[in-house]
Structure formats: C-alpha cells, structure tokens
Design a protein around this ligand. Structure first.
Ligand code: PFF
Length: 463
C-alpha cells in the first residue's frame, strides 16, 4: 500500500467512517431539506432510504474496499473488471465536486464561530451579506482547505481517529442539551408536529428525490468514500455491524438536529413555520437568535462552541472527501502522498470559487442556470449540489449494487462479508442484503434516479 495509513483498531475505522458521515449533511442540510420538503413526510422517506436502500450499499462499499485495499477506480479494476473503472472515476469526480462547495459551507460555519465568539448575534440577520462577502468567506474557506490538506497529508490514521473520539460525543451532548432547551420554548409543540407528524399530501417526486440524495450525501455513500475507507478495515472485523453503527449514528445525529431546529423555528415564527423552507440559510439564520435568547454570556459560549464543533464535524468529512481523489492519484498514478494532497486541495479549492461567488457576489454564478420547466434561476452552488448529491450519488449507489451483484457476483461479496461475521451465511441478514443488492437497489434507485433526473433538469414529469 503505497504510502497509506491504516487504522490502529476496529474502533478507529468506525470512528473515522462515522466522522465522514456526520458533518454539515446532518446539521446544515438535513434540517433545511426537511423544511423545504414539508416536514415529517420528508423525514419518513429519508429514513426509508437510509435503512432499506443505503445500508446494503454501505456494506457493499466497505466490502469492496477491504477486499481490494484500493481507491474506487483501482478497486473495480483489481477485481478484474477494467471497464467498471469508469464508475470509480465518476465517484471520484462526485467527491471533487462535493468538496468544492462543501468547503465553502464549512467556511461559513467556521466564520459563524468567529462571529459568535465576538458576540455578534445579529449575524443571523446578516447571513445574506455575510455569504456575499467573498473575501471574508473565501478566507475562511482557504483556512478550511489548508486544515483538511494538512490532516490528509499526515495519513488517515493519525488525525481523524483522535479527533473523532472526543469531538463527536461532545457535539452530540451539545445538540441534546439544545434539544432540551428548544423544547422549553413557546410554540415548541408546533415545531415538533411539523417535524414528526407526516402530511403525506406533501410527498412529491421532487421531495422523494431530495430525500434520496440527502440519504446518500449524509451517509457519504455512492462515490466510493467508503471503498477508500473500507481499504483500512481489518480482515476479521464485522462489516455489517460496523455499517449498522455508522448508519445509526449518522441518522441519529441528523434526527436530533431536527429536534433541535424545528421548535426553534416555531418559536421564532410564532408557530407559523414560515421560513422553514428557506433553504441553505436555515441553521445560519435561526440559530444565532436562539443562542441570543440564552443571555449574553451563555449565548456566546454555547453559540461559538456549537459552530466550532460543527466545523470539526465538517473537517472529518472534508478529510474523507479529499482522501478519495488523493488515494486515487497515489495508487494509480504513483504520485507521492504529500504532493498528491496539495495538488488536489489546490484544484478543488479553485473549483469551489464559482460556488463561493454564487451567493450574491457574482450575478452570473448566482443565477447560473434555469432548468427547463422552472421559473427560477438556480445558483452555481445549488446546481453543483443537484448534480452531485441528487444525481451522481444515487446513480453511483445503483451502479455499485449492479456491479456487486452482476459483475463481481453476490457469492464473492458474501465471502468477503462472512470473513468477520461467522454466522452470516444463511442468516436473514445475508438474505436481505442479497435481495437488496440484486433487485431492490438497482430497481428502486435506478428508477428514482431516472425520474428525478428528468424532472429536475428537464421538467419532464412522468408521473
Ligand atoms: N456525509 C457528509 C456529511 O453529511 O456532511 C458529506 C460527505 C462526506 C459526503 C464524504 C460524501 C463523502 F464522501
């Protein structure tokens, strides 16, 4: 393994994979997707996608990674399927696109830490001008990319393993504390019912497509991140229980982030919930006001600590996003690891510039494209998210299942899984995973991908 790290123990892999999964997807995009998708109906779809369809894909990605010990593109080739290398490359490209805009949002989170530390609670009202200030936000984004590159250049094992162990539990405790606080606010119950009582009339193809994209994005699936991380898993580790832990941790944290957010939204909107669907600014506009209501001292401490921990959660995700293209050029092109890291970090930062400019600074990137059949223009950043999260990741997940079932074959997948799981063969888990990989995932993910792709970009509604 050319210049690659390895995890010291099983916990190391799980924590790092959970660190990859838990990030802005849980605390920033999950609540705003729920808000935009009409509340609980979105939540139900999201849970179905995570547990029924994404979980089998996760097990498969980790198994391919452990079997081949390679990056996504190298992995398919190493199993003897050179043509499938394209799927790995598609995944790597998705990761590059995701990191390019993710790093910008991570810069917002870090910027909010600084603002709240200085007691600027009004930043919630200034969100629009904050994200438009490209020099300030760009500075934070540069810092973030430098920190990511530094950690990746040190190898996977060292940095992430240590950081996740302390910071993730701290973040969870903090969110739980905020859940308790937000439940004491006026109108909290209205927020909860928006979040937890489904109104299925709100369900549409668009909402289902977003729930699918969000599930893949939040679980770091569909692009081979977990193939890359799977290559660091020990031979006798149980992949199924590791994947179950990662899925539960990720979904659990998103769920409690929702419990924290929606009572706050209800409180700030006098129970009307108007503004819950405002999009990417949701946590950034709502949370500062809620922190302010804790009083000046406590508000500064809790508010700044929250955004600091969110930045760390984002960092363990950006590290995994950068690791994928880096592992690719280290393994396949023989580039030295440290050089690979800095080259990729530079390229991805540059690719993120249009996203940085697309929040009001540049009219061109802010109204980048108008999809066929849509009245409003979409910004470059939203476009990048639509392409990567909602399109490439589910397509990647569908193709990974097809690869495992029909090219590599379920028998080989089962053998790999069984290595760390003695009772696996013949168990219900085996039967379900095999059914999901051969039939359910290709069929459902493939159909959903096609329908949402046509609808989002071309306004074609086949329903
Ligand atoms: N799962 C991360 C989050 O929820 O913030 C984002 C992400 C990381 C997506 C790594 C994909 C990935 F490969």
């Amino acid at each position: 393994m050319a210049g690659r790290g390895s995890f010291s123990n099983k916990l190391g892999f799980i924590l790092a994979a959970a660190g990859s999964a838990v990030g802005l997807g849980n605390i920033w995009s999950f609540p705003f997707e729920v808000g935009a998708g009409g509340g609980a109906a979105f939540l139900v779809m999201y849970l179905i996608f995570c547990f029924i369809l994404c979980f089998p894909v996760m097990v498969t990605e980790i198994a391919i990674g452990r079997k081949t010990q390679l990056n996504p593109a190298g992995a398919y080739a190493a199993l003897g399927f050179k043509k499938w290398k394209i799927l790995g490359i598609l995944g790597i490209l998705s990761g590059v696109v995701i990191l390019s805009f993710y790093n910008v949002v991570a810069g917002w989170a870090f910027g909010y830490f600084v603002e709240l530390l200085s007691g600027n609670f009004d930043i919630g009202n200034q969100f629009g001008s904050f994200i438009k200030d490209v020099f300030k936000v760009g500075g934070y984004a540069i810092l973030f990319m430098l920190a990511t590159a530094f950690i990746v250049s040190k190898g996977v094992a060292g940095g992430i393993e240590k950081a996740s162990k302390i910071l993730m539990p701290t973040l969870i405790i903090m969110i739980l504390g905020l859940v308790i606080y937000s439940l004491t606010l006026d109108n909290a119950f209205k927020g909860l019912s928006f979040y937890l009582v489904p109104d299925f009339s709100k369900l549409s193809l668009g909402v289902m497509g977003n729930a699918m994209g969000q599930a893949f994005f939040s679980l770091s699936l569909g692009m081979g991140a977990l193939i890359t991380y799977g290559s660091y898993v020990g031979k006798d580790d149980n992949i199924v229980s590791s994947a179950a832990f990662i899925t539960l941790a990720d979904v659990g944290i998103a769920f409690i982030a929702g419990l924290m957010m929606f009572p706050m939204v209800a409180y700030l909107t006098d129970g009307t919930m108007e503004g819950a669907g405002q999009g990417a600014g949701l946590i950034f506009t709502v949370l500062p006001g809620a922190f302010q209501s804790l009083g000046p001292t406590l508000g500064v401490v809790i508010g700044s600590l929250f955004f600091l921990l969110l930045s760390f959660a984002a960092l363990t995700s950006t590290v995994s996003l950068l690791e994928v293209p880096v592992a690719y050029i280290v393994d396949e092109k023989g580039v030295r690891r440290s050089r690979a890291v800095w080259i990729m970090a530079g390229i991805i930062f540059a690719l993120g510039l249009p996203s940085l400019l697309s929040n009001g600074y540049s009219a061109f990137f802010s109204s980048f494209i108008t999809y066929v059949g849509s009245e409003n223009a979409t910004s470059f950043m939203d476009f990048a998210q639509n392409v990567a999260n909602d399109t490439f990741l589910p397509l990647g997940g569908c193709m990974i299942s097809i690869f495992a079932a029909y090219a590599w074959k379920t028998k080989n997948l089962n053998e790999e899984i069984a290595k760390g799981y003695p009772g696996y063969m013949g168990s219900f888990v085996q039967k379900y995973l095999n059914f999901a990989i051969t039939i359910l995932c290709p069929l459902v993910l493939g159909t959903m991908f096609l329908l949402t792709f046509l609808q989002t970009f071309f306004g074609v509604n086949l329903f």
